[in-house]
Each structure stands twice: as C-alpha cells, then as structure tokens.
Design a protein around this ligand. Structure first.
Ligand code: AMP
Ligand code: GLY
Length: 423
C-alpha cells in the first residue's frame, strides 16, 4: 500500500523511515519532505503543502493512510478535511488540536478535569498581567496563547524579565494573534520528561518514554530551542510513575475530551515536570509526536508501524502490543550556524556515513540543491541516533558519527542523555 507523511522535519524522516520498513508498504510519500527523504529507498517527496491539494493527491494516488507530523496542519484542520472526503488519516481534528494550539484552552481543560498542572491565569490586558506578576513574584512563566513554534514561552527568573515578556507579547504584539492572549503560570521546579501515547478515540497505547534537551548548549545553558537532542527510554519514568501518569494525566485527558464532546485521535504528547518527590505535573500538551523525540523512539520500535497505524485509524489499538528494542537510543541534533534565532542556509553537508544497525542519521533542515549537493536548509539540520546497551554506549555510537559529519558553523551538544547517566 501507499502511505503519505505530512511534514519536512527530522520527525517526519523518522516516521517515514519506520513506515517504509513494513512489508505492507510499496511507497511512502513525504510532503514536502527534505534532503534525506528525497534519497531513501521507498520514500518519495511531493512538493505539496496546501491541504486541499494534499487530499487531491491522496485520492489520485490511492494512498491508504496519511500520518501528520507537525502541529500547524493539524490546527488548520487537515484531519477534518480528509475525513470529510472519506480519507484515512491519523491525527487530531482541529477541535482536539486546541490542546496544543491554545494554551488557555489546555489550561482551562486541565483545571476543569482535575489534571495536575501549574496554577495559572489568562490575560489580554497588559496592566492586569503586570499586576498579577507583581502579586505572585518571580520566578514565573509567561506563555503566548497560540502556536509560536516553541518560542512563545518565557521562564522569567526575575520580575524585570517577567514584565518585559508581558510587554513583548501583549503590548508590542510580537507574536501577532498567537500572543494577543497570554497565560501566566506558576514556575515548576523538577526534571522534564516527554510522555507520548497514541489514541484511537477510545484506547490509549503508550510509546516508549523519552527526554528532550531544550537548551542550545551543554549543561542546559543558552537559549531555548526546538530541541537539541533526545534519548529513550527516560529512566526517571519508573514503572510506578508510568502507571501514575496514565492514571492521573493521560486517561483523564482522553476521557475529559470525550466528555467535552471532542473525541481525541492521534498522538498525544504530555510534557511533564516531575518534582523532587516524584509527582508529575503537565507543562503542556502537544497533539503530535515530539521532534527530536521521534527519532530515538522510532529507532527503538521493533513492531510494524503500518500495522499499528491501521489499528489506530480503525479504533482497535487495544489489540496492539508494542515491541521495543531494549537498547537506549540517543539522538544528537546538529543545528545550523545562527540557530535558533537566524539559522544560516545553503551550507554544504559532508561526511554523513551510511546507516548501520547501531546508528542512523535522520535529516531535518536539509535539501538537495540544483547541483545535486546536500545543503542545509533550516535550523535543525540532522539528528544522529546511536543505539547501545547503556546511555554511554549509545552516546558513543552517536558521537562517532557526529564527528564524521561537517558543515560550516554546525552547532551540537556533547552531553545528550546526561540525565540518563545519573539514574
Ligand atoms: P512549553 O512549550 O509549555 O512546554 O514550554 C517550553 C519549556 O518551558 C518547557 O519545556 C519547560 O522547560 C519550560 N516551562 C514551561 N512551563 C513551565 C513552568 N510552569 N515551570 C517551569 N518551566 C516551564
Ligand atoms: N521536542 C519538543 C517538541 O516536539 O515539542
């Protein structure tokens, strides 16, 4: 059968790579894809991004199933559109995607359903927001309500930073409509983890756990990014904590959405903060897979992803048991010069070795230029995933490959997986 993956990042390369391994698959189209998906066997890029045109393509090519990577087409209603045209697609509807596309929606939802999260209030007026900041003190967290490509959150350690963030978002209108409304919430201390599940409307199938590294530099220094690396599994999620997250966060979320009249289908990603006592709270929901978490997670998945996706769109995920590689996977993101503010494009990428059973190089911001050369075309360029029997051995595999790759001004962290070494 033929499958379509929507998106162009490292997450989409990893999903397409895994789907293409299935015996059931003839071709996986990636729209619009990147330099890696352009080259892999059984993957083919299609230069379409407009939603109606994607649905036309799926009909014309008799594509059996569509999997959506990024949040933007989900929030724009790609699932509503495809379903209305009778096409099978895995993802949340526009209404369900509000869990990610509106922080205010997500916070009100969690409060209404008793799902543990930071205390908050929503503002549209700067004066009231400033007064709330003064009343609560720092540290405090300021979030743009809408989608802001990971740039809409300011963790303010001082009152000055907090007031500046309020002005930046509300008064200067820096995020446009996405920032016309802001959420101000309590600062939570602890360790973060990514808890991602698949939902078919009724049943929940948890994927392997993972941890992302949001800061640009080693030891979690420097600015926040979309993610500089991830590893799986995350040992902080012990079996008992796993059960608690399912009971206190994931199941109440899926059931709460249904109670509110919005059936959730798709990947559901709870960004967790686990405090020193081991209590999990929800920092945010994403209604898609994480990037770069997908790259190490897919590298560990042994089950046939196409079969899993078929169950997901048919409402039978309760019949699936996932089989995972017991090894640890460490994914190191190699980012362009100037990332995250102003990534440089067009630099030639050299030295990517052939994939092995221990190491896979997923592409993100890459493309093949007019001369057939592989060049950078976005902030996060590659994600190199190493597999090993320990975090250390997986790191060794990943960094041996990273050290063979070159492009001008490349930036990457040397310590991906460091929290896993502590446990
Ligand atoms: P979000 O997009 O909501 O996940 O926020 C991006 C990042 O900001 C998170 O991964 C955390 O590192 C940080 N963050 C968000 N909310 C809080 C909070 N309430 N307390 C502490 N850190 C936070
Ligand atoms: N890695 C964080 C995210 O995908 O939102």
């Amino acid at each position: 059968m033929k499958i379509l993956v929507v998106g162009s990042g490292g997450r989409e390369h990893a999903l397409a790579w895994k789907l293409a391994q299935s015996d059931k698959v003839q071709m996986v189209y990636v729209a619009p894809g990147n330099g890696g998906t352009a080259r892999d066997v059984r993957l083919q890029n299609v230069a379409i991004t407009e939603l109606d045109a994607l649905a036309d393509f799926v009909e014309k090519e008799h594509i059996a199933l569509t999997v959506v990577g990024p949040e933007v087409p989900l929030a724009a209603g790609i699932v509503n559109l495809f379903r209305a045209r009778g096409l099978k697609i895995f993802g949340p509807t526009r209404e369900a995607a509000q869990l990610e596309s509106s922080k205010d929606f997500a916070k009100a939802f969690m409060q209404r359903h008793g799902i543990p999260t930071a205390k908050y209030q929503t503002f549209t007026e700067a004066a009231a927001a400033h007064a709330y900041v003064d009343a609560n003190g720092a540290p405090i967290v300021i979030k743009a309500d809408g989608l802001a490509a990971g740039k809409g959150v300011v963790v303010a350690m001082t009152l000055e930073e907090a007031h500046a963030a309020v002005d930046h978002m509300l008064a200067d209108n820096k995020f446009g409509d996405a920032g016309a409304r802001i959420v101000i919430e309590e600062f939570l201390a602890g360790e973060e983890a990514s808890f991602i599940v698949m939902v078919d409307g009724k049943h929940v199938l948890p994927l392997a756990t993972s941890q992302d590294h949001k800061r640009l530099q080693d030891q979690d220094q420097g600015p926040n990014t979309g993610g500089m690396g991830a590893y799986s599994p995350a040992p902080i999620i012990t079996p008992s904590l796993h059960a608690r997250v399912m009971r206190e966060i994931i199941n109440p979320t899926v059931q709460g959405m249904a109670k509110d009249g919005i059936v959730f289908t798709g990947f559901l990603y709870a960004g967790l903060m686990i405090d020193a006592q081991g209590n999990p709270r929800t920092l945010e929901f994403n209604c898609r897979m994480g990037d770069p978490e997908t790259q190490p997670i897919m590298s560990r998945l042994k089950s046939d992803l196409v079969t899993v996706m078929e169950h997901a769109v048919n409402g039978t995920l309760d019949q699936v048991e996932l089989d995972w590689d017991r090894r640890t996977a460490v994914g190191v993101v190699m980012a362009a010069a100037g990332y995250p503010d102003d990534p440089k494009k067009g630099d030639r990428i050299d030295g990517i070795p052939a994939d092995t059973p221990e190491c896979v190089s997923f592409h993100a911001g890459t493309k093949i230029d007019a001369n057939g050369a592989l060049v950078t075309s976005g902030g996060r360029v590659l994600c190199v995933v190493g597999l090993g029997d320990s975090v250390r051995m997986a790191q060794k595999q990943a960094y041996e490959t990273v050290d063979k790759i070159h492009f001008d001004g490349m930036q990457f962290r040397r310590d991906i997986g460091w929290r896993g070494l502590k446990h």
